[in-house]
Design a protein around this ligand. Structure first.
Ligand code: XMP
Length: 511
C-alpha cells in the first residue's frame, strides 16, 4: 500500500457514492482501497485494515440476490461502519429488523442526536443530514444502541461500541450532510485509532520506491499528451529512474494555441529527456477530405500509434511504458492490480508487438490527488490546473472536414474564450471552456456590406468527472466580451452562439 501503514477498506455494494466515501477518507489522510463486497475474508485480513466501511447500494437486503457480506467480518475485531445499505445489511445480519419505509426520505433531513457515542461526537443535538433510501432499520440488533433518529427514520445512526460496529442511514460522504466529515473523521480517528499519516509526500516517497523496484535498471517510455495525468506520471517516474525515462510528445498539430511549446518548455525546465515530434503535416494530410466524426477519430488514433511506434523503435532497451491511469479506472475495470496493457484512452491504442510492461504510478490516486502530487513535484500550476482536452484535439471541435484555415480559426476563437474565462476569474471553477466551429455560414452585415461567414459556438460546462455536465450560466458581460472579441478579431466569423445544453442529452464535445 503506497505511503503508510494505515488502511481502511471500503467494501462496495454498488452504491453511487462509493468513490466519494474513499475520497473523504483520503481527505482525512488515511489511505483506503475500494474492494468488491464479495472479497474473501482472508484477503481482507491479509491487508490488515484498521477498519472497514460498507458502502450504500441500490438493493434491498431482503431482495433475491441482494449482495451480502461474509458474516465472519463482524468477528475480526476490526471496526465496521455501514452506510445506508451497509447499515441495513449489518442490522439484518446481526439480528435486527429491516423493513420498507412507510415514508421515503430523500434529501436533507433533520436528525436528532440521542447518544453521540464516539461516532457522532462533536455533533449538535439537532443536525441536518442527507438521506436516500427506501428501507429502514426498524429494530436494532442485540448489543446496539440507538444514536440518532429522524421523523421518518427510526434508526438514523446506531452503534455497538464494545464490538466497534456502527451504522448510519444517512450519507456522511456527501456535502449536503454538513457534519459528514466529522462523522467520518470520528470513525477513523476515535474508533479505528488511525493517526492520518497518508500525505502527498509519503505517497511520493513510496511510489518512487515502487517504481525503482519494478523498473530496476531498464529504460521506460512515456507518451505525454499535454494533460496533467501523463505529466505527473512522467515526473514521478523521472524522480525514480532519472535519465532512464524518455518522454515522447507527439504533436499532431491539433492542440490549443501555445500548448506544444508550453509542454516542451515545462519538461525541459524540469530536466526531463523529451522527444518532441512535430507531425502536424502528416495528420492534416491524413485528415484531408474526411468529414465523418468516427473516421476522423480513427485516423488520428492510427497515425498517433504509427508516429509513436517510429519514435519508440529508435530508442534502444525500452522495457516499460508509463501510463497515467487513475484509481477510478482501476476500480471500474474491477481489479486493483490491473496488469494487462489496455488501450490508452488518450492515444487510442498501443502497438501490440511492442511488448512493453506497464508502469502506472497514479493507479491509487483520484484526480484531485494527482494535482496535489503534481504541485509537490514542481509541475507548473498552468499544467496542473489545465482543463481536460480530448485526445483527437481540435479536430473534434471542427464539424466536418478539417482544413488548415478552419483549424487556425477555431484555435484563435478557443484562445479568446480561454482568455476571457480566465479574466473573469472563472477558469478554475469550470470544467471546460472552448470554441466549436459548426459547419455553417450565415448572413451578417459589417460596415456597409453584407457578409456570409462562419458561426462559432461557445461551450462552457461544469462537471465532476466528464460523465455528466451542466452548461455554465455565464454573466452576460463575459458572454458579450467573448462574442465581440471573436467577431472583431477573426474576420471569417460574423456570428457567435452559446451552447445551453447539459450532458445528457448532449455530450460535452460536439463530435
Ligand atoms: P464527451 O464529449 O463524451 O466528453 O461528453 C467527455 C469528456 O471527455 C473528453 N473527451 C476525450 N478525451 N479522448 C480523450 O482523452 C477523446 O477521444 C475524448 N473525447 C472526449 C471531453 O473533452 C470531455 O472532457
Amino acid at each position: 500500500m503506497p505511503g503508510g501503514r494505515e488502511l481502511i477498506v471500503v467494501l462496495d455494494f454498488g452504491g453511487q457514492y462509493t468513490q466519494l466515501i474513499a475520497r473523504r477518507i483520503r481527505e482525512c489522510r488515511v489511505f483506503c482501497e475500494i474492494l468488491p463486497y464479495h472479497t474473501p475474508v482472508d484477503e481482507l485480513v491479509a491487508r490488515e485494515p484498521r477498519g472497514l466501511v460498507f458502502s450504500g447500494g441500490p438493493a434491498s437486503v431482503y431482495g433475491a440476490g441482494a449482495p451480502t457480506a461474509d458474516p465472519r467480518v463482524y468477528g475480526l475485531d476490526v471496526p465496521v461502519l455501514g452506510i445506508c445499505y451497509g447499515m441495513q445489511l449489518m442490522a439484518h445480519q446481526l439480528g435486527g429488523r429491516v423493513e420498507p419505509a412507510a415514508f421515503r426520505e430523500y434529501g436533507r433531513v433533520r436528525m436528532e442526536v440521542l447518544d453521540a457515542s464516539d461516532l457522532l461526537a462533536g455533533l449538535e443535538p439537532q443536525e441536518d443530514c442527507w438521506m436516500s433510501h427506501g428501507d429502514v432499520v426498524r429494530a436494532l440488533p442485540p448489543g446496539f444502541r440507538l444514536l440518532g433518529r429522524t421523523e421518518h427514520t427510526p434508526v438514523a445512526a446506531m452503534g455497538d461500541p464494545a464490538r466497534r460496529l456502527y451504522g448510519v442511514q444517512f450519507h456522511p460522504e456527501v456535502v449536503h450532510t454538513p457534519k459528514g466529515r466529522t462523522v467520518i473523521a470520528n470513525f477513523l480517528y476515535r474508533i479505528c485509532g488511525c493517526r492520518g499519516e497518508w500525505t502527498v509526500a509519503s505517497f511520493i516517497r513510496q511510489a518512487v520506491e515502487e517504481v525503482r523496484a519494478q523498473v530496476g535498471g531498464a529504460r521506460a517510455l512515456c507518451a505525454l499528451s499535454g494533460g496533467v495525468d501523463s505529466a505527473v506520471a512522467a515526473l514521478l517516474v523521472h524522480r525514480a529512474i532519472g535519465d532512464r525515462l524518455t518522454c515522447v510528445f507527439v504533436d499532431h498539430g491539433l492542440l490549443r494555441r501555445g500548448e506544444a511549446a508550453r509542454v516542451v518548455q515545462a519538461f525541459r525546465d524540469l530536466g526531463i529527456d523529451l522527444v518532441h515530434t512535430d507531425a502536424s503535416n502528416r495528420f492534416l494530410e491524413a485528415l484531408n477530405g474526411v468529414a465523418d466524426p468516427e473516421a476522423k477519430r480513427k485516423i488520428i488514433g492510427r497515425e498517433f500509434i504509427r508516429v509513436f511506434e517510429e519514435v519508440a523503435r529508435g530508442l534502444a532497451g525500452v522495457k516499460f511504458l508509463v501510463q497515467g491511469t487513475l484509481y477510478p479506472d482501476v476500480v471500474e475495470s474491477g481489479t486493483s492490480t490491473a496488469a494487462t496493457i489496455k488501450s490508452h484512452h488518450n492515444v487510442g491504442g498501443l502497438p501490440a508487438d511492442m511488448q512493453l510492461r506497464l508502469v502506472e504510478p497514479l493507479r491509487w490516486l483520484f484526480k484531485d490527488e494527482v494535482r496535489l502530487v503534481g504541485l509537490e513535484l514542481g509541475l507548473p500550476e498552468e499544467i496542473v490546473w489545465r482543463h481536460p482536452f480530448p485526445g483527437p484535439g481540435l479536430a473534434v471541435r471542427i464539424l466536418g472536414e478539417v482544413t488548415p484555415e478552419k483549424l487556425a480559426l477555431v484555435r484563435e476563437a478557443d484562445a479568446i474564450v480561454e482568455e476571457e474565462i480566465r479574466r473573469a476569474g472563472l477558469y478554475r471553477a469550470v470544467w471546460q471552456a472552448f470554441a466549436v466551429l459548426p459547419d455553417i455560414r450565415s448572413v451578417g452585415v459589417m460596415g456597409d456590406s453584407r457578409t456570409y461567414a462562419h458561426t462559432v459556438a461557445v461551450r462552457v460546462v461544469t462537471s465532476e468527472d466528464g460523465m455528466t455536465a451542466d452548461w455554465v450560466r455565464l454573466p452576460y458581460e463575459v458572454l458579450e466580451r467573448i462574442a465581440s472579441r471573436i467577431v472583431n478579431e477573426i474576420p471569417a466569423v460574423n456570428r457567435v452562439v452559446y451552447d445551453v445544453t447539459s450532458k445528457p442529452p448532449a455530450t460535452i464535445e460536439w463530435e
